[in-house]
Write a protein that binds this ligand. Sequence first.
Ligand SMILES: C[S@@+](CC[C@H](N)C(=O)[O-])C[C@H]1O[C@@H](n2cnc3c(N)ncnc32)[C@H](O)[C@@H]1O
Length: 402
Amino acid sequence: MRPEGPRALALRILLEVERGGRAQFLLDRALDRLSWPERDKAYVTHLVYGVLRHLRFLDHLLEPHLRRPEGLPPPVRWVLRLGAWEWLSGKPDHARVSPWVEETKRVSARLAGLVNAVLRRLHPREAPECVRLSLPDWLCQAWQGFFGQVAFAEGFNEPAPLFVTAYRPVAGLPPGPVPDSYLWEGGKTDFSALGLQPQNPASLFAAQLLEPGPGDKVLDLCGGAGLKAFYLAAKGAEVVSYDRNPKRQAAGMRTAEKLGLRVAYRTQDLTEPLSEKAQKVLLDAPCTGTGTFRGHPELRYRLAPQDPGRMAGLQLKLLETAAQATEEGGVLVYSVCTLTEEEGEGVARAFLARHPEFAPEPIPCPPCPLPVLKAGLGVYVAPEGGLDGFYYLRLRKVNSRA
Ligand SMILES: C[S@@+](CC[C@H](N)C(=O)[O-])C[C@H]1O[C@@H](n2cnc3c(N)ncnc32)[C@H](O)[C@@H]1O
């Protein structure tokens, strides 16, 4: 049997994504095991991410050439999308069509002729903006209504640079858009040994909004493996990181140890009240993740219109816990890696209506190191230049409830 090449591997991964897998995880797992040249590995990533990021538009390009695409065997449908993606990325016909015809012969020989004909006939085609951006209509329309535009979503379809956060001074790395964030242009490495961790600057910025320093006690709520906790600890704060997932916390503990940072981990369901308080509290809540479509391209097709509202219900419960755990005069930062109205401003409005003892504080945007998408009650940042889209709200507990 012919050994699997980059195209066949991309096809296999896309079929697994269709069955519910996560592209990032599947790619990492498959590529880590291979001793292929970096160029071939990068090509698999280009194919998988490209097809998923542009899926709706690729189907739109293929539509005039297929009578019933949903009736095709799944591998052939993905072959057509892969071939259309290579066409869209400018690969010439001679380097593009026959490799996909060969792949089709492997999976469904009788359809090789169809694949050949369709891939040769592709031509540019006008598309409505939501289709061109490969967004589901419900989300695209909600964004057009809330932000007055959806062009920012173009950013989700660009390649993702790798940013790292530095916990000690580093030299020779190009700086990212926020302090202590850098661009990593090399391959994968043991980041902890270098005092670094991969982290999007928009995620780091949430921790920076607490202005952590020596002598502070910070509660890191929904801290997961502790990426934000590492930064807070590196700035000299005493950090207690809470999450309900002990596996993530165990991974965090190992990384903290390698980084030489002290973080206390406590496992708890945070819809239940906490038994401690602090002057600084961070709630990096679970969310629909619509700001992370660049790195998780399949997510946009899995979300349902009711998901933002459902998540907002959980976020409000978690904010209740966070509010109780904030000492008088203290600061509470709420952040989510999503751009929906419900999980951002909607949560903020509902929370403040119930909590007159909290007042929103300005977020230094502008001047802001990050591109602002919408500022008012909290700030939404745009997924530009490799950033994830985020929402931040900074609150001060001004007086205890009467
Ligand atoms: C956005 S992620 C946190 C990422 C983390 N703060 C970081 O910077 O790496 C959300 C986290 O919320 C946790 N979570 C979800 N529901 C929870 C609950 N009811 N109580 C506690 N943690 C919860 C999840 O386990 C997940 O780790």
